[in-house]
Design a protein around this ligand. Sequence first.
Ligand SMILES: O=c1[nH]c(=O)c2[nH]c(=O)[nH]c2[nH]1
Length: 304
Amino acid sequence: MPMVLGQNQYGKAETRVVRVRRDTERHEVKDLNVGVALSGDLSDTHLTGGNDKVLPTDTMKNTVFAFAREHGIDSAEAYGIRLARHFVESQPSITRARIRIEEYPWNRITSAPGRDRFVGADEIRHSFVRDGSETRTTEIVWEHGRARVISGLQDLVVMNTTASEFRGYLKDRYTTLQEAYDRILATRVSARWRFSFDACAGASEPDWERSYTQARRHLLEAFAETYSHSLQQSLYAMADRVLTHRHEVDEVRLSLPNKHHFLVDMEQLGINNDKEVYYAADRPYGLIEGTVHREGVTPLIPVD
Ligand SMILES: O=c1[nH]c(=O)c2[nH]c(=O)[nH]c2[nH]1
């Protein structure tokens, strides 16, 4: 029975590129992990071994570095769009390019004014500290002359120490959970948001850096300001807040693990534990996921 080659793509994964801008003494850093995946007319290489339509993955890696030097990295999104477009427009056999980028944020190290000869105002102009575990993400797919851009973040860990309940839920013969009137709500936010931006229309690109900082701020503020009856309700409030304030975004998808904090029962020890000492459980954990989008818009962020 003949077999058929199905979906296929190839590329260079995890090229780590760090770009330092040295235009002034106040250096700027972009620290990225770039994945390239190309697809198109690639049956020959799979079926006959003919490689004449195959751009080596080594070339892709070189292009990632070369574009960082030649065009700079103003934002992961602008850089990724340029790369994706380049691969499709320069190689007839390539019809689709997907660029995935993780960005690791660095903050400036601050110092008391005048303490160091490198200090400008209250910051050291070439010293940075990695900003926790959080990463910024973007995925660009260039196909049929247009780009789809989905940006987001991962591993943003947040906690409310009150203003969270969970009660009134279904109960069956297996339910043992006690209703919570005042609990800790903690999660590790994974968020993706899709831009309405369409590169082919020649529209000017959004201010990607500002868009990211503002979307992140709205997620955090909505998490903190929502009196939560469930993590599901917080999820909706967070996504809704981003859509309400960021008009360049059409759709938001969140994945929120419920990082359970159980009050330690100290009764047998004769100690009254009045919502002070908790056991932070590692697993299992509830996993709350959902997409919120503008009415009339087709949701396109993959559900995985
Ligand atoms: O916010 C919550 N949502 C749930 O669906 C759920 N289920 C559960 O056991 N605890 C919680 N908490």
